[in-house]
Design a binder for this molecule. Structure first.
Ligand SMILES: Cc1cc2nc3c(=O)[nH]c(=O)nc-3n(C[C@H](O)[C@H](O)[C@H](O)COP(=O)(O)O)c2cc1C
Length: 194
């Protein structure tokens, strides 16, 4: 009789232990699936195509959707003349409240967890049209990661300006890349957030 009780207790403990181990396993799997399933968007503005190339490679490297931020009024080469204080880009960049209009819209921003935002550095920071972009969506709870190309300048204050414009997002300082950065290097960098 005592032996029967002992064996029953043993069986209950054994089955209980297996059950606990299995439910822990499932918990781990759910976590792994969740972290591996982040929806990623690469949104970029590019006036002369350099940032577009990097954005394209970054989207391929991360399996992200790609969105080009198109100005309602495209920039002409006269607009981009940084040696002219009165060119469109000089006037816009001289005014922190400038918000050039964007022609298109991300269909459903709410579905993304991570948004990489790419642009050329203009006057040591993000072009004003990126400021328009940051104010155009609800970035609550999203990770925003800026990236840029330039003639040599770094990101400057781009990240902190973008953070102020989208206070509910978590905006990283981001990184400046050379025009020929490889898909493999972009993948390695992006894995910080994926
Ligand atoms: C109006 C304007 C301002 C720029 N300001 C800077 C700058 O401050 N520092 C820098 O290194 N490059 C500067 N550049 C160079 C661009 O950042 C660089 O050529 C960039 O790769 C162009 O990218 P895109 O082809 O995607 O437009 C400027 C270019 C323009 C047109």
């Amino acid at each position: 009789m005592n032996l029967k009780i002992f064996i029953s207790v043993l069986i209950v403990v054994f089955v209980g232990t297996i059950f606990l181990l299995r439910s822990n396993d499932n918990g781990g799997n759910v976590m792994a699936e969740t972290t591996g399933n982040k929806k990623v968007l690469v949104a970029y503005f590019s006036a002369s195509g350099v940032t577009a190339g990097v954005a394209d490679r970054l989207a391929k490297a991360t399996g992200a959707d790609l969105f080009e931020i198109k100005p309602e009024k495209p920039y002409t080469s006269a607009d981009l003349d940084w040696t002219n204080k009165r060119s469109r880009s000089s006037v816009e960049m001289d005014d922190m409240s400038s918000r050039p209009a964007i022609a298109n819209k991300v269909a459903d921003m709410s579905k993304y967890d991570i948004v990489f935002v790419g642009f050329p550095i203009w006057w040591y920071r993000e072009p004003s049209i990126i400021d328009t972009f940051m104010e155009s969506y609800d970035f609550s709870g999203k990770q925003v990661v800026p990236f840029a190309t330039s003639g040599g300048s770094g990101m400057g204050k781009s990240g902190s300006i973008m953070q102020k414009l989208a206070p509910k997002a978590k905006v990283d300082d981001g990184k400046r890349f050379s025009s020929g950065v490889s898909e493999a290097d972009l993948k390695k960098w992006a894995s910080n957030w994926l």
